[in-house]
Design a protein around this ligand. Structure first.
Ligand SMILES: [Zn+2]
Length: 228
């Protein structure tokens, strides 16, 4: 496996962790950050990557239904099928071992920008929650494809979130709470950017202003102590 500059972080594979994945799925649909079974979430554990199954209504999910896939190579042919997006989850866990949570969804405003193939520039200081001065747009590729995996791994090398052309959005988290926080903030940023061009023009922050926020953000966001 390719060496990365990031320390690897893994969460324990317990019923509590599995239930937290289910709770996050239900939460993102209840908050209109996703619809149906379009979204999928994974957590890196000591035993491999724990990911939501393919095509099961979130309301019907149980801790046993979560699928464990390896960090490298194909998932097992036996048992429940992992989310069809397992390739890019696996790719992101390998590219960013410092971020044990990968959360993918189809949030409405993020999806509108993604359809317009627009990245989000530094229109608001909260952009720094994603690691830099923008939330980039990953190139389009077929869902579940190795190309989509490569596109996301490349663009997320130094970002904690991205839009995905003609598709949706993906965020990373040091914890599940932080991933949930970023997903909600990303959808607000997308809405803010979209509407800020109505009746005016978005005024962007400078690189120096964003650099200042990045330093302040080192201790910002939900604390790990409240995460599962
Ligand atoms: Zn999707």
């Amino acid at each position: 496996m390719k060496e990365t500059p990031f320390p690897a972080v893994a969460l324990p594979d317990t019923d509590e962790t599995r239930q937290a994945l289910i709770d996050a799925c239900l939460w993102m649909n209840a908050r209109h950050l996703n619809q149906g079974t379009s979204g999928n979430i994974s957590i890196r554990t000591d035993a491999g990557i724990l990911i939501t199954p393919s095509g099961v209504a979130y309301e019907a999910l149980t801790p046993d239904a979560m699928v464990l896939i390896p960090l490298e190579g194909m998932p097992s042919e036996e048992g429940a099928r992992p989310s069809s997006e397992w390739p890019f989850h696996q790719g992101l866990h390998r590219a960013r071992p410092d971020m044990p949570v990968v959360l993918h969804a189809h949030p409405p405003y993020c999806s509108i920008l993604a359809v317009q193939r627009r990245a989000i520039p530094a229109c608001h200081y909260m952009i720094a929650a994603f690691g830099g001065s923008d939330v980039p747009l990953a190139d389009y590729a077929l869902f579940g494809s190795p190309e989509l995996c490569a596109n996301l791994a490349r663009i997320m090398a130094d970002r904690h979130g991205c839009l995905m052309a003609n598709h949706g959005a993906t965020v990373l988290g040091e914890t599940l709470d932080k991933a949930r926080w970023r997903l909600e903030e990303l959808e607000v940023l997308a809405r803010t950017y979209l509407f800020s061009s109505i009746g005016g023009q978005a005024h962007l922050l400078t690189d120096a202003e964003i650099a200042e926020v990045l330093v302040a953000f080192e201790s910002y966001g939900p604390r790990p102590a409240v995460d599962t």
